[in-house]
Ligand binder design. Structure first.
Ligand code: ZN
Length: 241
């Protein structure tokens, strides 16, 4: 299986907290994680100068699961790239969106809503409650996964009703948010996982890594198509009988 990780670099990753959380870099951590699951994984990095130019249609067509982490520089991704990602999801590609990627162009394009939420950077405890223990992404996570230090997000999270709700997170400050959601789009599946602030070592947490392994396996293509079905039928099928 081929995984492409698109990960932003921003200056907070070079702060003492950012370097302590991911000495290797957040993007490299994600690449190595999906590689350790046995997937052929490629990393594409963008920032205030780079615009993920390497993410071409050809690359997307050869990607089974696209993973997206972004925060400061969502606007540096061209609209055409968001359109290409949405097109490939509709044709069967799996898409995993992480943390502040809730505001990324491809995710908003696929959701059709603002995807706004409330947030506080306070390094408090997140408890990820499993609300669907039978869901394949939640395998091994029941009843909850604790993350000691994370950024707080909260409802209202302006997303369309998830087709499958897997996790709801609670935070020490009292906020709750739908933190593990699946949507079907065309032939493809989209999974959003909330946790993963760039100055917290969340993606080194074994349980979070297991969730992402389960998720990649769950959203991988079932039926990939090259073209959409035609939107008209020149001849009625009855005419052939
Ligand atoms: Zn964050």
């Amino acid at each position: 299986m081929k995984v492409t990780v698109v990960c932003e670099y921003n200056e907070s990753m070079s702060s003492p907290e950012g370097v302590a959380a991911y000495p290797e870099g957040l993007g490299v951590c994600l690449k190595e994680m999906f590689g350790s699951f046995g997937y052929e994984t490629t990393l594409i990095t963008y920032d205030d100068k780079r615009h993920a130019e390497e993410l071409t249609e050809e690359v997307l067509k050869n990607t089974d699961v696209l993973v997206w982490w972004g925060h400061w520089y969502h606007k540096h991704i061209p609209d055409a790239v968001a359109e290409m990602v949405a097109d490939q999801v509709n044709k069967g590609m799996g898409f995993i969106v992480l943390h502040s990627g809730h505001h990324s162009k491809p995710f908003r394009r696929l959701m059709g809503t603002s995807c706004n939420l409330i947030w506080r950077e306070n390094e408090e405890n997140e408890r990820i409650w499993v609300v669907n223990p039978a869901h394949p992404i939640a395998k091994g996570m029941f009843p909850y996964v604790d993350i000691e230090h994370e950024e707080t997000y909260g409802e209202s999270f302006e997303i369309p009703e998830p087709d499958e709700l897997v996790f709801i997170s609670w935070f020490r400050g009292g906020e709750v948010i739908r933190s593990g959601c699946v949507w079907n789009r065309g032939r493809g599946k989209v999974f959003y996982l909330r946790c993963g602030h760039e100055t917290d070592p969340t993606y080194h947490n074994e349980k979070v890594r297991e969730i992402l392994h389960n998720a990649a396996d769950y959203v991988k293509p079932v039926m990939r198509i090259d073209a959409y079905a035609p939107d008209h039928r020149p001849e009625a099928p009855e005419g052939k009988f």
